[in-house]
Design a protein around this ligand. Structure first.
Ligand SMILES: C[S@@+](CC[C@H](N)C(=O)[O-])C[C@H]1O[C@@H](n2cnc3c(N)ncnc32)[C@H](O)[C@@H]1O
Length: 268
């Protein structure tokens, strides 16, 4: 499966990034605190607002750096995610076959097209988005026909049409907690009534593959030695289902091989 990197030390992770937001804890230290004499609901509300706005600012920078990281990683992506773990790569066609995806399909964060190449066998039409032109170029080479590729920043994305299914692999874990509701609202607006959101991602057991992780922030190193901070949220299945239920989804999360999960959701 994609997205893994060399194993070093992993730090403890929060179970539910929405209710125990690791990103918020990670950056709360830089937030001004009220004076000792001040108290009451107004001060608490202001403190919370200041904290959230500090987190939002920090996450703007983090998601921008994350996209730059993937642009720089495009050429080495297949070798460092799948090539190193050929058994995982080999399981992709069978996983896609059992997802039962059909009709007009939208793939988000398609990367080099590893899943696109399989989705195209099942879709009536397939649109694949990614924020990195370098990734899209490789995906176009891998799947030269039958796919409409588009560049889009998923943190500033408004769907312009609707689909029977929206699919994304190794993307949800790159969505910080404060962008989670907005992201799912965009997915909802990309789906026709009864449409499915299907996502694959890594279970918390895979956090040991990260070189370094603190809260929602992981450090990744490219082949040229440059280090990049990205978002990495390892969802516990129950916490993910609960968070989606709160946002008006009916969702199930199933663990699969190699410590990955499949999320299947429709609007409740
Ligand atoms: C871990 S890769 C997953 C690629 C592919 N889905 C797979 O499973 O092999 C994450 C992908 O998200 C894309 N990405 C990162 N930030 C993005 C953003 N803000 N908007 C759209 N795509 C973004 C990267 O370019 C990269 O292709």
């Amino acid at each position: 499966m994609p997205g893994g990197c060399a194993a070093k030390a992993a730090r403890p992770l929060a179970a539910d990034p929405l209710t125990a937001s690791p990103g918020i804890h990670a950056y709360a230290g830089s937030v001004p605190t009220p004076s000792r004499t001040a108290s009451g609901p107004l001060v608490r509300a202001i403190t919370t607002l200041v904290k959230y706005s500090a987190v939002a600012q920090r996450n703007d920078a983090l998601v921008a750096e994350q996209l730059q990281y993937y642009r720089a990683r495009a050429a080495e992506y297949d070798a460092t995610s799948y090539g190193a773990v050929s058994a995982e790569m080999a399981s992709v066609p069978a996983i896609v076959d059992r997802l039962g995806i059909s009709g007009d399909v939208l793939e988000l964060a398609c990367g080099t097209g590893i899943w696109t190449a399989e989705l195209v066998r099942h879709a009536t039409t397939l649109t694949a988005l990614d924020g990195a032109p370098e990734m899209l170029e490789l995906a176009r080479q891998r799947v030269p026909a039958g796919v409409h590729f588009e560049q889009a920043d998923l943190f500033n994305w408004t769907p312009t049409r609707s689909f029977d299914a929206v699919f994304f692999s190794a993307w949800l874990s790159h969505v910080p907690a404060d962008r989670f509701p907005g992201f799912w609202s965009a997915v909802a607006s990309a789906l026709r009534p009864g449409g499915r959101a299907v996502a694959l991602d890594e279970l918390p057991a895979r956090s040991s593959h990260e070189q370094e992780i603190q809260g929602e922030v992981a450090v990744r190193t490219l082949n040229d030695g440059t280090q990049h901070e990205i978002v990495k949220v390892f969802w516990e299945p129950d916490a993910l289902v609960k968070s989606l239920t709160r946002l008006g989804w009916r969702a199930s999360v199933t663990s699969i091989e190699n410590n990955w999960f499949i999320l299947d959701g429709t609007r409740a």
